[in-house]
Every structure is written in structure tokens, then in C-alpha cells.
Write a protein that binds this ligand. Structure first.
Ligand code: FAD
Length: 449
């Protein structure tokens, strides 16, 4: 069927290495970019506040870049299945292309839409754009999926090398008359009254050009020292690519190949492997954000929630230096260093005995890189209920962690300087006693196993 091609952008807000966009350009009809803000389809998790902030700016950047090349980005809001079909009708489009998503509800929506569009005589195709390895291609010898990282990653590395990235198109010809579009301001993604995004603005520049610059700067300046310094929160030694990968401003294929071109990257690339592992786990276990991956954890005796303790943790007022510093970095910047995420999460789950789901929800709302796979996956990893998780009984001691990874106290000085005072704040729980209580609670899990 002739007529314009729609590229339905989702978690792939970029022009370079975008297989769906490439397919549309090859079809040789006008191209319409579409983004749908879907807050209505059942099972689709509404974005958190920090993510909404990022999305606003990343869409603004994508729209500019499409416009510069002759194209257009149409913004619409509503249940995606309905809205995409309406846009096809309004634009008299002949084809729709997208890069795949891997969450359960998202896949259902996409599969249903695909078959309806085909019934309508519209060409539809989906592509691999967000993961290096498609989840159904990575299997154990017995044909099942992996639950342990090391053999998972070994199996991935035994598959054909991820394809090289596709070039960025110079021209994207739009239609003579674009279908109606919302404006970004209609969506009110940015916080107002209060505008709490000052720290995010200071810290980040969303959009594809900044993502590419960040990758290049990391590879030139920090890749060599990554293995040594990646665990030190004040070293600035990690790539800060997580929100860029989350929104697809840069593809994992681009990161992969540019890293190899820079000459190395074993440890760094295996971190990308953890990202793959989290998404593959979500693909096989769609309820990752709400259900324990290991069912024996269903019998964990969580005590009744004390809201004041949860609030102390959220606000970075637990009296434990590294936890407080991390939680305030998160609140201010929408980001927290990985080592500190592990310590802060462990403190919530194992010292405050608060269900990992409460922590996951807070991170969902406050992280600029929060996504449906990595956030719950890592929370379950810390809680002991997840895939290849840290054994429950290995409980981080936040003071020893601080000594080891923030020995000069730069990080705590930056984010929670009152801990350097005399006397320092008093912890809201005793670390030794709360550790014992956590181990006692764990006995229930062992009995259920
Ligand atoms: P780098 O060290 O430069 O790593 C490069 C890339 O590898 C990252 O950008 C990321 O895509 C991937 N990566 C690194 N570590 C992990 C990991 N443990 N799991 C999965 N992928 C990883 N990461 C998210 O992207 N989104 C989340 O919502 C998220 N929530 C987390 C929650 C908790 C409780 C914990 C302990 C970790 C979480 N992480 C999450 C993983 C990790 O903390 C971040 O990916 C990392 O800190 C991002 O910084 P970076 O880009 O500088 O990482």
C-alpha cells in the first residue's frame, strides 16, 4: 500500500543506528516520526518524575534533529494500540516500523497492533535496536534461559558479534502535510510548583548529540582506568551512559563497537552484559517489578512498615554516611553511583527491613535511568530474591564500604558533609542489631526453600 511510513519511536530516541528509521527511509515514501505518551494501557507503568523530565528534553532534541533533516515528529497521547492506528489513518500511512520492546505488556500491545495493522493492509515490521542479543536467541544447552550471569554472558559472546551500527541519515523527508500533533508543553512532563529539576539541569544534557559526546569522552579519558576506579563514587570513572542507553539516545551496538575500536573494554563490556541479562530476565519473567523471582522469598516476614524510617531513607537522613550521601545525590541529580546504589538498597532491605519493592518504587520515581528491567532486577539482586543474586546473608556493612570505596571521604563531603562533624549524626538503627534481625528473618526463607 503506498503512503507515508511511520516510525514509532519508543525507547530509541535517536537517528543513528536506528533500524526502524532505516527501514522507513529505504521504503522511499515520506517519513513521519511518532511518539506516543501511553499512560493508559493496562500494565504500562507510568513514568517517574525524573524520567518525565528526561523524556521532555530528549523528545525536544529528537524533534529538532528530525526537522533539521526535513522530517517531523508527531506527538500523541493515549493507549498506544489505538493511537498508532489513528495516526496511520490520519496520515494515510502505508507502513509502520518500530524497534522492539521486551516487557510483557508492551509485547502484547505490539503484537496485537501488528496483526490489526496487517489486517488493515498496512506494512509493519519490527527490529532489534535496544539489545545486543535478542532474548530468545540466548539459551542453555537444555534450551532454557539462563539464571546465572557468567554462563549467560559466555553464551552471548559465543553468538555472532552484534552488528555494526547503522549510519545517521542526512535527510529524512517528511510529508507535505503532517498529521496533527500535541506540543510537548501539552504533556506537562516538566515539574512546576515546585520546580525541583534544578539539579537535573545542572547535571545532564539529554539528547542524542550529548550522548555521543559523552561516549567519546568516556572512551578517550576513562576507559583505561575503568576497572581500577569504577567502584569509587567520587572518582568520576564510569561512563554515565545509563540514562542515554535507557532512552536509546545511543544504541548498545554503537557503545559496543566504539569501545572495541578504542582498543579494549572487557570489564566495561561485561557491564553492558548485565544490562542485557536484566532485560532478558524481564522478558522471561514479566512480573519482575512486583514478584520475587525466587518464590521462597514470598515467605519473608517483612515487619509492618514504619513510614518514618522509609522517609529517613528517602531523604538521606538515616545517620549512615554513605547511605545519606547516596540518597541525596539521587535526589539532586537523578543518579547514584552503582556501588552506593548497592549499599543504599541493602541498607533499606536488610537493616531497615523494608520490602525491596518500596525502594524500587522510590528509585523508579527519582532515577533518570530507571527502566522496567534494570531497576527491579538490581533491587531483587540486592534483596537476594533475584537472578544470580548476592546471597542474602552477605549483608553490606555501610561503614566498611565507605572506608573501602570512599576512604578520603570526598563523596560524603560532597553530599552529606554533616557526617564529617563532631559528633556525627546517630544512625536510625543499630547496624549490628539490625543485621542480626535480618538474618533471623531470613530463617523463614531458608525453611521455605
Ligand atoms: P558504567 O559503570 O559506565 O556501566 C556501563 C553501562 O553498563 C551502564 O550505563 C548500564 O547500562 C550497564 N550497567 C552497569 N552496571 C549495571 C548493572 N548492575 N545492572 C545492569 N546494567 C548495568 N541501571 C539502570 O540503567 N537503570 C536502573 O534503573 C538501575 N537501577 C539500579 C538499582 C539498584 C538498586 C542498583 C544496585 C543498580 C541499578 N542500576 C540501574 C545499575 C547501575 O547502578 C547503573 O547502570 C550504573 O550505575 C549506571 O552508571 P554508568 O552508566 O556510569 O555505569
Amino acid at each position: 500500500m503506498p503512503g507515508p511510513s511511520i516510525v514509532w519511536f519508543r525507547d530509541d530516541l535517536r537517528l543513528a543506528d536506528n533500524p526502524a528509521l532505516r527501514a522507513a527511509l529505504e521504503r522511499d515514501e515520506p517519513v513521519i516520526g511518532l511518539y506516543v505518551l501511553d499512560e493508559e494501557s493496562p500494565g504500562i507503568r507510568p513514568l517517574g518524575g525524573a524520567a518525565r523530565w528526561w523524556l521532555h528534553h530528549s523528545l525536544a532534541s529528537l524533534a529538532d534533529r528530525l526537522r533539521e533533516r526535513g522530517g517531523t515528529l508527531v506527538l500523541r497521547r493515549g493507549p498506544a494500540g489505538r493511537v498508532v492506528r489513528e495516526t496511520v489513518t490520519d496520515a494515510a500511512a502505508g507502513a509502520v516500523f518500530w524497534n522492539r520492546r521486551y516487557g510483557g505488556h508492551e509485547r502484547d500491545i505490539d503484537a496485537d497492533l501488528k496483526s490489526r495493522l496487517r489486517d488493515d493492509g498496512v506494512e509493519v515490521a519490527s527490529f532489534a535496536g535496544s539489545l545486543l542479543f535478542e532474548p530468545w536467541t540466548v539459551k542453555t544447552g537444555a534450551g532454557t534461559h539462563f539464571s546465572v550471569f557468567t554462563p549467560f554472558w559466555r553464551a552471548c559472546l559465543g553468538l555472532p558479534t552484534p552488528r555494526p551500527p547503522l549510519p545517521e541519515p542526512r535527510e529524512v523527508d517528511g510529508p507535505r502535510r503532517a498529521p496533527a500533533s500535541d506540543t510537548l508543553d501539552d504533556w506537562a512532563l516538566l515539574p512546576r510548583e515546585p520546580d525541583w529539576a534544578g539539579g537535573l539541569r545542572e547535571t545532564w544534557e539529554p539528547g542524542e548529540p550529548a550522548a555521543r559526546r559523552r561516549l567519546r569522552a568516556f572512551l578517550a579519558d576513562d576507559l583505561d582506568g575503568y576497572d581500577r576506579a569504577r567502584d569509587e563514587p567520587s572518582a568520576g570513572a564510569t561512563s554515565l551512559l545509563s540514562p542515554r542507553l535507557r532512552w536509546g539516545e545511543v544504541s548498545p551496538h554503537t557503545v559496543w563497537h566504539e569501545t572495541l575500536d578504542a582498543g579494549q573494554g572487557g570489564r566495561f563490556l561485561s557491564e553492558l552484559g548485565w544490562r542485557e541479562f536484566a532485560w532478558h530476565t524481564l522478558y522471561h519473567f514479566p512480573e519482575l517489578a512486583t514478584r520475587n523471582l525466587r518464590p521462597e522469598f514470598d515467605s519473608f516476614p517483612w515487619p509492618r512498615l514504619k513510614p518514618s524510617l522509609l522517609r529517613a531513607w528517602q531523604q538521606g537522613r538515616t545517620g549512615v554516611a554513605l547511605v545519606d550521601a547516596g540518597m541525596r545525590e539521587l535526589w539532586h541529580t537523578g543518579y547514584m553511583h552503582n556501588r552506593v546504589r548497592m549499599v543504599a538498597a541493602s541498607f533499606l532491605v536488610k537493616n531497615l527491613l523494608i520490602d525491596w519493592r518500596r525502594g524500587e518504587e522510590w528509585f523508579w520515581d527519582t532515577l533518570v535511568d530507571a527502566d522496567d528491567a534494570n531497576n527491579p532486577f538490581n533491587w531483587q539482586w540486592v534483596a537476594g530474591s533475584g537472578a544470580d543474586a548476592a546471597p542474602y546473608f552477605r549483608i553490606f556493612n555501610p561503614e566498611l564500604q565507605a572506608k573501602k570505596f570512599d576512604g578520603d571521604r570526598h563523596y560524603v563531603r560532597e553530599w552529606a558533609p554533616e557526617h564529617l562533624g563532631d559528633p556525627p549524626p546517630t544512625p536510625v538503627v543499630d547496624l549490628g542489631e539490625s543485621r542480626k534481625a535480618a538474618l533471623a528473618a531470613y530463617e523463614h526463607v531458608k525453611r521455605a526453600a
